[in-house]
Design a protein around this ligand. Structure first.
Ligand SMILES: *Cc1c(COP(=O)(O)O)cnc(C)c1O
Length: 476
């Protein structure tokens, strides 16, 4: 896939289409001078170099990576048209593509009947699910896991919905006993579960949450913004299965699900999705707009979404991507499997390393770890973790980009009872291995991070010896 070729093709095909209409004169008000354009463009690309190298596997930090070239080509081709998927009047061609990709996402989750649409983000998609939660169970609150995304609480505040926080178990998953206690108060209308938490990639036990919620008359919304596409791996047979299938299969029995194609779906930003199992929830969106919706009696996407203008190019980019990397184990599933295998392998290498400790076994492709310190006090773990991150990203040669997560003392000791608690919380290192290239790059990434950890955890005596070039004793 030669990106340059397809970008040019998109421009040419667009031009050919415009030429099928009558000639018209370009307006001088729109003219830009070539020289000025070159200078400004050069400044733009120079300034963009101030970004972190999200494209490279040495960037093993946050949930960031460039879109697939296919998505870029699809986006550009449609962006030249600049359709608006709010209404069929704004984007007849791309609205049809949106309906098709939403059908495919729904099928991936095992939803037969459904109603859904793309959104500009996972936050917006969850807002819509929380809005429907409020409308369908007026006066009732929402139960959210403590490891759930921070925007749930924020959006519930916006909606005037009460939030009940549910404790997590010692792997960061929603604790079902704690959920049962919250549900038994009778004040919960909807449970928000997360399959793939943002910090740890923990997968809530949806297969146990769904029957529990049903017993108490509550709905279930799944925030699969990050983890949703791992459903493609759920049919793998053990042994060798990369994810535990029950939670993913239980999504089919939930009331709504959110997924972010701009995270694991290879898309540029501006692409989330919300899907409801009951098409009847459309009634909560009912509104009238005197200045849109002209050309069709077919429902417009804007009639079932809270946003108004929304990029049709997002739908086109996702449509083209799914044509070439379909929602199957062999298609997009292969991309997710590589990151998952990388996480498993790195976790193994970390466990064997004398310089690193694994915080908890990864459930998806997010690895959490920290430098081995003596004494293993939280303050020192936090300081050395931050030191490793900073020195990694500031290195002139062979930089490596990691991120950190803040962990409370109680959560830490639930996993590592031997750490010395001398502060309320500590940062640990966190790497999201969402690029399949990470799998091969581990050969370089692991020794590099291990070396940084080794340097960050030197004792004062070792530091002194290092400064004067005195080799370490053979014992270590
Ligand atoms: C990223 C994320 C969100 C928020 O999605 P945005 O697209 O960043 O708005 C919500 N929930 C989870 C689990 C996420 O990982």
């Amino acid at each position: 896939m030669e990106l340059r070729y397809w970008l040019e093709r998109g421009v040419e095909d667009f031009r050919a289409w415009t030429q099928s209409y009558a000639d018209y004169a370009a307006h001088p008000a729109m003219a830009v001078e070539e020289g000025a354009c070159a200078a400004a463009f050069e400044e733009l690309t120079a300034r963009l170099r101030g970004s972190y190298p999200f494209f490279h596997p040495c960037y093993a930090g946050q949930m960031l990576k460039p879109p697939h070239p296919v998505a870029v080509a699809g986006y550009l081709a449609a962006m030249l048209v600049n359709s608006n998927n709010h209404a069929l009047d704004g984007g007849p061609a791309t609205s049809a593509m949106e309906e098709e990709v939403v059908d495919r996402l729904a099928a991936m989750f095992g939803f037969e009947e459904h109603l859904g649409h793309l959104t500009s983000s996972g936050t917006q998609a969850n807002l819509e699910a929380l809005f429907v939660a409020r409308e369908s169970h007026p006066g009732k609150g929402v139960a959210v896991g403590v490891e759930g995304h921070y925007t749930h609480t924020r959006m519930c505040h916006l909606l005037g919905v009460q939030v009940h926080m549910v404790a997590a178990d010692d792997r960061g998953r929603m604790d079902t006993a704690a959920l049962e206690r919250v549900l038994s108060t009778g004040t919960v209308g909807t449970v928000v579960a997360t399959t793939g938490t943002t910090a740890l990639g923990a997968v809530d036990p949806l297969h146990r949450i769904v029957p529990l919620a049903r017993r108490h008359g509550a709905r279930v919304h799944v925030d699969a913004a990050y983890g949703g596409f791992f459903a493609l791996l759920a049919d793998d047979e053990p042994p060798g299965a990369l994810v535990t299938r029950e939670a993913w299969q239980a999504i089919a029995h939930c009331d709504s699900v959110v997924i972010d194609p701009h995270k694991h779906g290879l898309q540029p930003y501006g692409c989330g999705a919300v899907i409801f199992r009951d098409p009847d929830i459309a009634r909560f969106y009912r509104h009238d707009s005197p200045y849109t919706y002209f050309t069709s009696d077919r429902p417009h996407l804007g009639e079932i979404s809270l946003e108004c203008s929304r990029s049709g190019a997002s739908a086109a980019a996702l449509w083209l991507t799914l044509e070439l990397l379909p929602l199957s184990r062999k298609g997009l599933g292969g991309v997710l499997a590589a990151g998952r295998r990388a996480a498993l392998r790195w976790a193994g290498l970390i466990e064997e390393s004398p310089h690193l400790e694994l915080y908890q076994p990864p459930e998806l492709d997010i690895v959490t770890y920290y430098p081995s310190c003596t004494p293993a006090a939280l303050s020192r773990i936090g300081a050395t973790s931050n030191d490793v991150m900073r020195r990694g990203m500031n290195a002139e040669e062979d930089p490596v980009f990691l991120s950190t997560a803040r962990i409370g003392a109680a959560d830490f000791t639930a996993r590592h009872s031997d750490v010395i608690v001398d502060t309320g919380h500590a940062h640990i290192l966190r790497s999201v291995l969402m690029k399949p290239e990470s799998e091969l790059y581990l050969e370089r990434l692991h020794p590099r991070v291990e070396g940084l950890a080794k340097d960050s955890t030197r004792t004062p005596l070792e530091e002194w010896a290092h400064e004067y070039g005195i080799p370490r004793s053979p014992a270590g």
